[in-house]
Design a protein around this ligand. Structure first.
Ligand code: P5A
Length: 435
């Protein structure tokens, strides 16, 4: 993408309503635009990050054996009347009437809908276990939408739903998702810590929140520093095998949010390992047994012919929230520092003198070498403004090409994450960028 053609509306002024750094940077770098309170349009750079995050989530769900579908955003109210949640959900649910005066709603989550779909398919224990997910927009009419896409009203969620014959089976599925989540966040360069959680309106008795540490997090968290030492990508899980040893590591050390803080257990953590920090919830998983399957009439014939009510769980990831969380975890005073795995483009090419034949030629050559993955700053602006915009946009690499270097075939390469820079020949720069 050439900046002279791109739709990348960066802002010079910091919008007053944006209180946290990710919200400010998402507006300034032209990733999103607010269209109403808590509702955002995704612009090209933001959408590319959203899609990359979504794809990592998808790959790890697939790897763990979940299967993707796509359910609608609009749901009929009667599904929720059958589960008993229609009244409980209160004002957070956006209720709609169609032209026939039928009650509908914009889905805040899909437990009811998937249970109903699955009921029309599953008849026997051979139809279990199944784990089904989709990545779809949700609407929750939050009282105080704030912090941009961090707490929006319309937001993108990955939600998976599992059906098992037995409680033991459901716990195995829960561990599959637990491990898949650790891998998902680690692939984005995030350290997410699972913490025991309350189940709230989703229900059930077993639940973990996945929390990344960031100064601007909404809740205070307490954890054993041992948990920060472990890399979930270091082991390749066998999703069909016993995942208990993998999960045990994460549950044997102390980690809790403010609400769940247990002062006695906290006192047992060695002082030098005590970490108090703030956190952002990027995922939440639940085992809730037959809370939806029973009232909604889902049952299958068991191996001995008697009817069995499947054990269920649901597993959420805040896909759009993750984009903001990634910025909270990766930025400096000049802008975003995208981790490679989720960057909207790999490389900013900064032409310091458009119109200079050597500069133009070297820039074009480099630009052509990264089709679809480079931004070329070919604007006639001054160098300072270009450097500032490149740092703000936060692509992992910057190739700075000026008349003096270009005359000798030299490129200055800067790594945004570390600030390291070196002057290299075109070939060496290519080797570094392709490594
Ligand atoms: C799990 C999947 C559920 O809804 N039902 C289906 C369960 N869980 S949850 O914790 O309520 O939400 C899952 C994740 O969605 C993100 N999230 C939000 N992101 C942006 N704005 C919001 N208003 C919002 N609400 C929830 C969080 O990351 C949460 O962990």
């Amino acid at each position: 993408m050439r900046l002279t053609r791109a739709f990348l509306p960066t802002l010079k002024e910091i919008p007053a309503e944006a209180q946290i750094v990710s919200h400010r940077l998402m507006l300034r770098a032209g990733l999103i635009r607010q269209t109403s309170a808590g509702i955002y349009a995704w612009l090209p750079a933001g959408l590319r990050v959203l899609r990359k995050v979504e794809q990592i989530v998808r790959e790890e769900q697939d790897r763990a054996g979940a299967q993707e579908i796509l359910m609608p955003t609009i749901q009929p109210a009667d599904l929720w009347q059958r589960s008993g949640r229609y009244d409980d959900y209160g004002k957070e649910m956006l209720r709609i009437r169609d032209r026939h005066d039928r009650e509908m709603l914009f889905g805040p989550t899909n437990e009811e809908m998937i249970t109903d779909i699955f009921r029309g398919y599953a008849t026997s224990y051979r139809d279990l276990p199944r784990n089904i997910y989709h990545i779809q927009w949700k609407f929750r009419d939050e009282v105080r939408p704030r912090f941009g896409v961090m707490r929006g009203r319309e937001f993108l969620m990955k939600d998976a739903y599992s059906f098992d014959l037995t409680k033991e089976g459901a716990e195995h599925t829960y561990r599959q998702m637990f491990v898949a989540y650790l891998r998902t966040f680690a692939r984005m360069g995030l350290k997410a810590i699972p913490m025991q959680a309350d189940t709230g309106p989703i229900g059930g008795n077993l639940s973990h929140e996945f929390i990344i540490l960031a100064e601007t997090g909404e809740s205070e968290v307490f954890l054993d520093g041992k948990l920060l030492e472990h890399d979930p990508l270091a082991e390749a899980p066998d999703y069909d095998g016993d995942l208990t040893p993998l999960v045990d590591f994460w549950t044997k050390y102390y980690a809790a949010t403010e609400e769940k803080q247990d002062l006695e257990a906290w006192a047992q953590v060695p002082t030098e390992r005590k970490v108090t920090a703030r956190g952002i919830e990027v995922g939440h998983i639940f085992h809730f047994g037959t809370k939806y399957s029973a009232p909604m009439g889902l049952s299958v014939a068991g191996p001995d012919g008697t009817q069995v009510i499947p054990e269920m769980g649901s597993y959420g990831i805040g896909v759009s929230r993750l984009v903001a969380a990634l910025i909270e975890a990766n930025h400096d005073e000049n802008g975003i520092k995208w981790p490679d795995a989720v960057a909207p483009w790999k490389l900013s090419i900064i032409n310091l003198k458009p119109g200079d034949a050597a500069c133009d030629a070297l820039c074009e050559k480099l630009y052509a070498a990264f089709p679809g993955d480079a931004l070329l700053d070919d604007r006639p602006d001054r160098a300072g403004a270009k450097f500032a915009d490149a740092d703000l946009m936060g692509l992992p690499w910057q190739a700075i090409i000026g008349p003096r270097g270009a005359a000798n075939g030299k490129v200055e390469l800067k790594r945004r994450m570390t600030g390291e820079r070196e002057e290299l020949s075109y070939e060496d720069a290519m080797a570094k960028l392709s490594a």
